[in-house]
Ligand binder design. Sequence first.
Ligand code: SF4
Length: 361
Amino acid sequence: MGSERLTRKQTGHSLFYMGEEKANLIALSLFPDDADSPHLVGIARIASHSAVADTGHLTEYRALNVHSVLNAVISKRGVPFGRSINPYRGCEFGCRYCFARYTHEFMELRDPLLFERQIFVKQNAAWLLKQELRKLRRGEEIAMGTATDPYQPVERRARVTRSLLEVLAECRGLRLGIISKSTLIVRDIDLLRKFAEHNQLTVHVSITTPNTPLARILEPRAPRPDLRFQTVAKLRQAGIRVGILCCPIMPGINDGPAAFEAMAKRAKEADACFMAANPLYLKPCSKGTFLAFVREHFPELEASYEKRYGEAAFVSKAYRKRVSDMLAAVMRKYKLGERYGEPRTFPERTETGEQMSFWPE
Ligand code: SF4
């Protein structure tokens, strides 16, 4: 089809530049003609009415009108935060193991590829957050980026994450954890420091491997690992508490003592405060995508993955213990701290903005 532009009338939807892949994407993705039908409820119905705001390389961005941006977290897995904020739905980084693909299923978008290629931008997010701040208790922990990267490429233009940080930076006595793979987070160092003056902030930079070719196939559109280590160093230089999330640990791919050693060494060189690691969690929504990746790039591991994750989303207790022992050994060796430390006080304002008075050594 070349680069022919189709009109709304021709597609039944909105304007698109049509390459072959994008044509396939439209065929896969765009909302069915019966989008107004009563079977769509809640967020699926809202999503079905969202307008295309922009398009990028193989990606479509849609404006999503939501009623809330501060979600209560209900988890049986003992997560340490009670609230989460995700400025977007979907994530362009397209990590092959991403378990957040299920969030598109809530919108009745069941093709796993749509999670990476149809990104929803929450509208009026800062205004909504301001209205919702009264729900927060002092010391309550919020996690930003649990189901989508808050600094994925669209944030450069949409600036939703930045607008939320502007609101949070005026608050007192909150705890915020941000998770990202992106170098873009350094753009917001000013706001992160401002927030940290009166609240507790921990940034988690997600790096699964220092090996660039491996990262390229695992996390095809995320920044290179060396750039992510540099991001850790820059945030540390700005006085921000930042650590490395080496997640997920994938059997036979990025596990083993040598892999842990390489990660911990780089984490120390970047002055990371801590390093954490968790084994791969393979929900049904991500299983097909991940197993296709294994089949293509690690065919010799396919049978063992089928066996390991055949009946369960989690690895065995024994494997979890091996991972936690390997992690503990390198953390001791490189004197890396724990991800969760109990803060004793809220920080006082300092000259430099350095988070001195909490997260004790
Ligand atoms: S960066 Fe995070 S949310 Fe985005 S695709 Fe990768 S794992 Fe999923």
